[in-house]
Design a protein around this ligand. Sequence first.
Ligand SMILES: [Mn+2]
Length: 318
Amino acid sequence: MEITISEAAAKIKKANSIIIAPHVNPDCDGLGSTLGLYHALTKKGHKVRIFVDDDIPEAYHFLPGWELFKKPDQKITGADLFIVLDAEPERTGRVNKITDAPILNFDHHRSNTRTADFLYLAPYRAATGEIIYELLAELGIEFDYKMAVSVYAAIATDCGFFRYSNTTEFTMKAAGDLLGYGVRPNIISEALEQRKYADVKAIADVINTIELYNEGKIAVAGADKDIVEKCSSTEGFVDLVRVIEGVDVAVLIKYAADNVTRISMRSKKTDVAAVAEKLGGGGHVRASGCNLEMSFHEARKKVIQALTREMAGQENAD
Ligand SMILES: [Mn+2]
């Protein structure tokens, strides 16, 4: 059931032993939100354990306490509350199976499947980090440096460092407030922008694959098996495609495994969450994705078709 932020805060106050987890394939919003809440609740005397069913990318090792994340290897008994951040409980992977505690879910994805016992869903928030900021105020917990860095990084990354359309007055005010606790934006963006030599070289390969469709409104780039094997991360590649003049939707098609292809979409106008949902994925209106169980080339064709159809439909609706 959906609850308010103050009802959520009341549930947290009553819980002694708490488990927190973000989604698999963790991003800075999920990890930063988890750590921000971890530091806050630990300070208040709660017994908190944090789990993620994945490795944590090196780029996020600047987050204070990232090494405290455990893999969900065994059952946890006696937890009072399981807090899931930035996705629905199923997306925490095996963490969802190690505890029977009631689930309290905070999320800003419209595509949330609403399976948690208690859900605070705020699709108008740019990041789950913003929700944590709101939650800590509700809990009456004052920020310290570690909490501020974690929550700032969560917010800043999900709004493209205050450039995306989800950036609001609230986003800027929250971030501004966090700077008051010693956060240095340049240190965080430098840590996040740093790339491996091989990955920067791989950008050239990906850029070379760009093709335009639908009268130049769709730009598609591909990272096939060869490219994926050469580099450690394709994070941010889709944003390089997004800047092309006249392009509404940028797509990155990425080899994930034989017959599994990962699709990432960014748009300026088109509702790409609607497209992702039709293909079994989800996300936000202007940033979404899905995994397709088909070959790289089949997936490429399928996505271009689905997007062209959606764009025609949305134009007719205007
Ligand atoms: Mn997020």
